[in-house]
Design a protein around this ligand. Structure first.
Ligand SMILES: Nc1ncnc2c1ncn2[C@@H]1O[C@H](COP(=O)(O)OP(=O)(O)OP(=O)(O)O)[C@@H](O)[C@H]1O
Ligand SMILES: [Mg+2]
Length: 416
């Protein structure tokens, strides 16, 4: 019989464009012991956004149940992922006076006050805050402070990066999890999660660009000096490459998908053989022969186009190369495309590596999840455990709700 979940059991559901991936883990001392994995294909998500509530609900239920069966536990609540081009980031600045007359030691409350001040300008009706990331604190005139607690000063300032999503899309994520019969503990942006799973601390510090290239989206994250400085979702992923091969070769979709996965991009390296392969024709029993070097340009063009979009987004936001001089980390299923690292290295002129969930973070079923396709699901747990639990988000919201509640109380008191 399936056991009810223990206290230190955490479940995460990555709602991807091609699949719903659930991880159930026992978490002790921030180490993720994977005990259950559930994988369910789904077509109810389009370019990262939920387009069919019913279909996605069923897929989520199946995915979680598979993981529960493997883990032999029954979970009630899950952390869910979110993506889609509605995800955006803005910079915020907040300050709080510590004292007007003398130096005061900075406390957790002061930190929260400064962050709350940085979010106070943010009031659009159609957006919700998903992450508030402190980029640096400034105590009086000293900047670049990572944690000001224990320091003394008269004024505390903070520069934040605030990641938001559309209320409708966030609500859809809540709906599909709840309709499937589970509670939502938290919602984390896919790129934020993936970066958390695959990056080494040194990379987060020196600065890197993470590209989670999935089936329907490419989630971009720039980490610099241990904080996220940029988040963006481009609605372009591996599905487009498969579709291009279907139309270029006039072959069925499953054949194009297999071809892409098996051969990737023929780059002409000495150890590569320009094989001639036989593939079926679409809609007839005929077959045709094609050389790998003839297929490569179609795939290469899509990757080059994607990198053009990536560069445009970085430029639009003024993200200079110096912020990601540590290179590009590719993750997501399309990072498995043979030769993609070489093409991206050429296009970006930077170090490129393929990111999988780091071994030091995961125990248990590491061999199963040691793939770029699991970066988001593992990252959901990793980010939640390391940042979100103690993050400002809940406290800030409490603060905002308190503010609203106090103003309602004040209104009634004033109008008595
Ligand atoms: N070996 C491989 N070679 C090339 N592409 C691959 C390989 N394995 C998987 N893919 C591609 O990876 C994509 C799926 O990746 P992933 O599981 O990260 O997507 P997702 O999370 O469902 O979608 P998204 O993150 O875009 O919402 C598919 O387009 C698939 O074709
Ligand atoms: Mg994904």
């Amino acid at each position: 019989m399936t056991q009810p979940a223990l206290e230190n059991i955490i479940a995460a559901v990555d709602i991807g464009t091609t699949k719903i991936c659930t991880i159930i883990a026992e978490v002790k001392d921030k180490e993720i012991n994977v005990i259950g994995v559930g994988w369910q294909e789904n077509t109810g998500v389009v370019k990262g956004a939920i387009a069919n509530i019913n279909e996605t609900t069923i897929a989520i239920k199946k995915s979680i149940e598979k993981a529960e069966e493997m883990a032999n536990v029954k979970v009630q609540s899950v952390i869910a992922s979110i993506s889609g081009k509605h995800i955006s980031g803005i910079k915020g600045h907040g300050e709080t006076t510590l004292s007007h007359t003398k130096l005061k030691e900075i406390t957790e409350d002061d930190k929260n006050n400064s962050i709350r001040a940085a979010t106070s300008f943010f009031r659009p009706a159609d957006k919700e805050i998903l992450h508030i990331i402190p980029m640096q604190y400034i105590v009086d005139s000293q900047d670049e402070i990572e944690d000001p607690i224990g320091m003394t000063g008269m004024k505390l300032e903070v520069d934040t990066y605030i990641i938001t999503g559309s209320i409708t899309s966030i609500d859809n994520v809540r709906k599909v999890i709840e309709h499937a019969g589970y509670n939502v503990v938290d919602i984390i942006v896919q790129g934020v999660a993936s970066a958390s799973a695959v990056l080494f601390n040194d990379e987060k510090d020196i600065g890197v660009l993470v590209l989670d290239i999935g089936g329907g989206t490419t989630d971009m994250i720039v980490y610099y000096k241990n904080a996220i400085r940029f988040a963006k979702v481009i609605p372009v992923g591996g599905q487009l490459i498969t579709n291009d091969l279907v139309s270029a070769l006039q072959t069925p979709k499953n054949v194009a998908e297999d071809l892409k996965r098996k051969y990737g991009i023929f780059t002409g390296e000495a150890d590569e053989k320009d094989e001639t392969i036989t593939i079926p024709d679409m809609g007839s029993s005929k077959t045709m022969e094609i050389q790998l070097s003839k297929i490569a340009p179609y795939i290469k063009l899509r990757v080059q186009e994607l990198i053009k979009f990536v560069k445009t987004e970085l430029e639009k936001d003024g993200i200079d190369r110096s912020l990601y001089s540590g290179g590009v980390i590719l993750t997501g299923g399309s990072a498995l495309l043979k030769g993609i690292d070489k093409i991206i290295k050429e296009e970006m002129d930077l170090r490129v590596r393929i990111g999988v969930p780091l071994k030091e973070k995961v125990v248990g079923l590491y061999d199963i999840v040691a793939s770029p396709e699991y970066a988001t699901a593992i990252g959901l747990i990793d980010y939640y455990v390391n940042f979100q639990i103690k993050s400002q988000k809940t406290k800030i919201y409490q603060g905002i709700f308190e503010e609203i509640w106090n103003s309602i109380k004040k209104f009634f008191i004033d109008n008595l």
